[in-house]
Design a protein around this ligand. Structure first.
Ligand SMILES: *Cc1c(COP(=O)(O)O)cnc(C)c1O
Length: 391
């Protein structure tokens, strides 16, 4: 049996340690925040190489808390990619701001810095010939405030270019590292590549807990204080003083205990994911399959949340997926519909054709099984089946 993501094998491997850690939380009487959560935050900051790490209830909450800390709200525009999970843009809309989509790079599938610069110019100049913009209400003033860059499938976005643009234009940058925790850019781990890093510990992410969880990363002590306040309803210096609006954004102690066990194994798992990605790429190349395999820029290392390939077209993709499905090998499409075409964002009035790279990827991409416990025989079996669908 080949699993798309194999959480059970991982559990079996760390079962004794894991059950001991969770039981000790059950026996402690402290279930939300507390010493285990503080221990996790210290370990996360060390791992990411940031001064501060603040745990929270999910990756989506991390993004919302980051935007709240930056004071983002109505009339603000935040730029992001349309080729990502819903939450990246949803967080912008949830705080009342307007997402402005920017197409992705056809090689990395991450935010295209040149298009980003044009989009920012278009907002500032009001000239839609510079870049397609969301529907903007004529009666209201809008301000370009920030950028949420997403590290799709585990590969860090081009933060050298994105941070430089942000400095030029006076915008903030949030790194959506929900898929890339543990990935590297110039030897530094994700979470540390922008003013604020956000990640998710959803079970299927590279580092997952046994429920929902997330974290924020920063080197800025004022932001750290803001995150901790927003996480508990805008709490001030004492529990019954609320100095701002916040959310119920806390992490459970049980999830922190699970993450502390998994974090110890995580560096080895990242190595395993890299080895598996290399094996897929070399076997696909040797077989001469008509697939584009992931291309990782020099200076970057992916966390391999997904191993995604591009088929020649939708029909070729369907044929390959059907072949694999027939023998019980799971695949998935991330993402079949870019966010600018989702009903939830209909009020932004984007149209098909607005982001051709994202739309083209959506019609061709699919992901193969990826987790640290895949062996060589299983990888050979997946690629072997892909070969059978070659005509
Ligand atoms: C999973 C994910 C999120 C949201 O994380 P949750 O913990 O599920 O809320 C945000 N952004 C991206 C890119 C993701 O893949």
């Amino acid at each position: 049996m080949i699993q798309f993501v194999d959480l059970k094998t991982q559990y079996n491997r760390y079962q004794a340690e894991m059950e001991e850690a969770v039981l000790s939380v059950l026996r402690s009487g402290q279930y939300i925040l507390g010493p285990i959560v503080e221990q996790l935050e210290a370990a996360l900051a060390t791992f990411a190489g940031t001064a501060y790490a603040v745990s929270c209830a999910s990756g989506t909450d991390a993004l919302v808390m980051a935007l709240m800390a930056k004071g983002v709200g109505r009339g603000d525009i935040v730029f992001t990619t349309p080729f990502t999970f819903m939450a990246s843009a949803e967080a912008i809309a949830l705080v009342g701001a307007t997402p402005a989509f920017v197409d992705v790079d056809p090689v990395t599938y991450n935010l295209d810095p040149n298009a980003l610069r044009r989009a920012i110019r278009a907002v500032k100049s009001g000239n839609v010939n510079d870049h397609v913009l969301p529907f903007l209400d004529e009666g209201r003033a809008y301000t370009a405030r920030g950028i949420i860059a997403v590290d799709l499938f585990g590969l860090p976005a081009d933060y050298d270019a994105i941070n430089a643009i942000a400095v030029d234009e006076g915008l903030f940058v949030i790194q959506d590292a929900a898929q890339s925790f543990g990935a590297e850019l110039h030897g530094r781990r994700t979470g540390s590549h922008a003013e604020i890093g956000c990640t998710s510990f959803f079970p299927a992410k590279p580092l997952g807990c046994y429920g929902d969880g997330g974290a924020l990363f920063t080197d800025d002590g004022e932001l750290d204080t803001l995150f901790r306040s927003i996480r508990v309803h805008g709490q001030g210096s004492d529990r019954y003083e609320n100095v701002r609006l916040g959310i119920t954004g806390r992490l459970d102690a049980i999830q922190a205990a699970v993450l502390l066990v998994k974090l110890r194994a995580f560096p080895d798992e990242l190595i395993a994911r890299q080895r598996i990605a290399n094996a897929y790429s070399s076997r696909i190349a040797e077989a001469g399959l008509p697939l584009v395999t992931p291309r990782i820029p020099a200076g970057s290392a992916s966390a391999w949340a997904q191993y995604s390939v591009l088929a020649e077209d939708d029909a070729a993709r369907a044929a390959m997926r059907a072949r694999l499905d027939a023998v019980g090998i799971p695949t998935a499409i991330y993402y079949p519909k870019p966010l600018h075409l989702q009903g939830a964002f209909a009020d932004l009035r984007y149209e098909t054709g607005d982001f051709p790279v994202a739309e083209n990827l959506a019609g061709r991409i699919f992901s193969l099984p990826m987790h640290p416990y895949l062996n060589d025989d299983q990888i050979a079996a997946v690629v072997g089946k892909l070969c059978e669908s070659k005509r």
